[in-house]
Ligand binder design. Sequence first.
Ligand SMILES: Nc1ncnc2c1ncn2[C@@H]1O[C@H](COP(=O)(O)OP(=O)(O)O)[C@@H](O)[C@H]1O
Ligand SMILES: [Mg+2]
Length: 211
Amino acid sequence: MMNTKNRECKCTRKREYEARKQKVSINVPIIWVLGGPGSGKGTQCDKIVEKYGYTHLSSGDLLRKEVNSGSDRGKELNAIMERGELVPVEVVLDLLKEAILENLPHSKGFLIDGYPREKSQGALFEKNVSPVTVILFFDASEDTLTKRLLHRAETSGRADDNEETIKARLKTFNENNNEVISQYPDKLKRIQAEGTVEEIFANVEAILDKL
Ligand SMILES: Nc1ncnc2c1ncn2[C@@H]1O[C@H](COP(=O)(O)OP(=O)(O)O)[C@@H](O)[C@H]1O
Ligand SMILES: [Mg+2]
């Protein structure tokens, strides 16, 4: 019993290690989806998946999955996320890269939702995973973001959808966002995200139809 467990454990670790080392050759679009908390990244990604068949990888969802697994790493992550802070970049990047490799054989493109959150995260992704094709940045006012998140809080069950954490998340976002997007002037597509879901999606289509 003990032996089998150990073997499985080593095996998983080995696979993870190899995933990290492996060079990835990706010939489908890699799209970073950025914007403040509540800017509609998840909502628009769902619509993109429906029309374009891309693979949606949300860094937040991958992290929450890790938290729900109940692992020690998950518990540490949960504490950080409840404070509205950013988790260590290696953790997010490993989770993203593993998910990309897993989906690569059949994927038409990847939506990387909510990453990079810091300048260094973008550089690490491009170095260790792949260059980015295009960046969708959903731009909405703080007022709109807060209203949408408080509304989402009624049903989301997310530990970070409460007034205090929302304030901290907006602060984290404002501190880092300009530095992130200013690195990629040629790839950046700024999308006005105050309108209806359909209006915003029309602007998204105008960009993705050209890829
Ligand atoms: N264009 C929109 N107009 C009004 N509400 C929206 C719009 N887009 C998203 N929402 C709502 O705002 C909340 C946050 O959207 P979500 O897609 O989860 O944002 P993010 O993934 O960027 O945090 C959700 O409750 C969602 O239904
Ligand atoms: Mg989201």
